[in-house]
Design a protein around this ligand. Sequence first.
Ligand code: HEC
Length: 188
Amino acid sequence: MVETSSRQATARSRWRRISVIAGVALIALFVVLQGIALALPRTNPPVIAEPNWDSPQTRELFMRACGDCHSNQTNWRWYTYVAPAAFLAYRDVTEGRQKCNVSEWGAGGEAKCDESVEQIQEGKMPPWFYLPLHPEANLSAQEKQQLIQGLVATFGEGPGREGLPGQEPGEREDEEGTIGRPLALRLS
Ligand code: HEC
């Protein structure tokens, strides 16, 4: 009787030791990752130039749904300082800016922006995991349509694509903001 309960006690204390070690190891791992997370450069480089937005509304919608990852005006919220969210946010902003950065227009930032309409229509952008924490980026069907039309007018139609129904090529008359628009449109 006495022997059994002392064996149980030994087993219990072994479990306790294992959980303490595992707990300490997890905390140590978190501390190391958190140290790395804090050291990440969460930069907002100066805005060099923006596209010639067709309207303030287009810019507002874009900044609301896309600006965190596709501009130099990222809102680095508190959880972007906490591992492991910090790593995801850092990677998204870095890769997002590389593909399309509306703050470095004409300086390389415009590279892939003309794919935006397609990305929105296919539901790829904004990324699904971004939306629960950023409900303001979850555009209504109407806002999405407004953004798409605004982006066609602002970025051009993208390589090898016809305009949206109801939009004549060259409809927009302006002198600047022709970067990314087909040459024929620029000259028109
Ligand atoms: C949470 C960050 C984030 C948000 C918000 C976001 N993007 Fe992205 N975007 C990325 C990342 C990361 C990539 C590069 C990897 C990829 O293509 O999936 C990317 C790639 C792109 C590309 C290039 C695709 C290609 O052909 O390579 C376009 C265009 C784009 N995004 C448009 C948008 C638009 C438009 C919005 C808003 C409606 C938006 N993104 C919102 C992170 C984001």
